[in-house]
Design a protein around this ligand. Structure first.
Ligand SMILES: [Zn+2]
Length: 275
């Protein structure tokens, strides 16, 4: 059984998942391919890509978290928004994995030996040249153009990819049924809801895809999620045991069946409820 699984989304789009619950998208045009995110980097994501296309992909990160940019060191050149470039520092990547998995290993002790061996498989093959992925950057793949939308919040340099040809927004973690907004520089829920409402005014899009899961969300999910964030209160939220320094992480949840997921959630700190 392979480490990566490939899901064909449409004629020219693939979603490549790895067992720890994250996926990367591969977009094909007539002349070029674009790989959005590189996963944890434990195994070579270039291999499933090469099974799909002969075109060496342009590589980008939706943001700098270790489950999205961990495989960057397997490529010579990557695009990322400048605000997230500092997150690519190998020490900061390791810190993020330790934080993420410290919690996961507590909940699922069987992960400890698996992660130990996966960590040995990591490689720092390249120190990739980092190119700026600014707002409005166009990736012209030949007959298909994907445009980046800078959407700070989940991280300062998060970007969403807009594919007008398939009327789809590829949101990374920026729009998501389980949004993490508990980082030191996270916006308040109200601020994020306002940004989502602005995004919801984009014309010509019908659906959203996310990094963590195969579920396709209707475009209207953006507006729903903005309302959802504004319904969150301290009383309706529960405390999680996700480590976040001295600040407790809170979780607000609503049922997600209407959108084909078990629950819709947001994770944040008490400070995010201000304003
Ligand atoms: Zn993330």
């Amino acid at each position: 059984m392979g480490y990566f699984k490939t899901h064909k989304i449409d004629a020219d789009t693939y979603y490549i998942t790895e067992p720890l619950g994250v996926g990367a998208y591969l977009f094909l045009g007539n002349d070029r391919a674009l790989l959005s995110d590189t996963g944890y980097g434990y195994m070579d994501i270039g291999k499933p890509v090469a099974r799909i296309t002969d075109m060496p992909p342009i590589v980008m990160n939706t943001h700098g978290h270790a489950d999205h940019a961990g495989g960057d060191t397997r490529f010579k050149e990557i695009y990322i928004h400048p605000a997230d470039a500092p997150l690519l520092d190998p020490n900061r990547q390791k810190e993020q994995r330790d934080l993420l998995f410290g919690y996961a290993k507590k909940v699922y002790p069987f992960l400890t030996p698996i992660l130990f061996f996966l960590e040995l498989r990591r490689t720092e093959k390249y120190k990739p040249v980092v190119k700026a992925l600014d707002d409005g950057h166009l990736f012209d793949l030949g007959g298909r153009v994907l445009e980046s939308i800078h959407f700070p919040g989940h991280t300062p340099g998060s970007v969403i990819l807009a594919d007008r040809r398939t009327k789809t927004l590829y949101a990374g973690d920026a729009v998501n049924h389980g949004l993490f907004l508990f980082f030191p520089d996270s916006p308040t829920l109200r601020e994020y809801a306002a940004a989502l409402r602005k995004l919801a005014r984009l014309q010509g899009f019908e659906r959203i895809r996310v990094s963590h899961g195969l579920t396709e969300f209707p475009f209207g999910f953006i507006e729903y999620y903005a309302d959802f964030l504004e319904r969150a209160t301290l009383e309706k939220s529960e405390r999680t045991d996700i480590p976040n320094g001295a600040t407790p992480v809170l979780k607000y949840t609503e049922p997600g069946e209407a959108y084909g997921v078990s629950e819709i959630s947001a994770l944040f700190t008490e400070g995010s409820l201000a304003g």
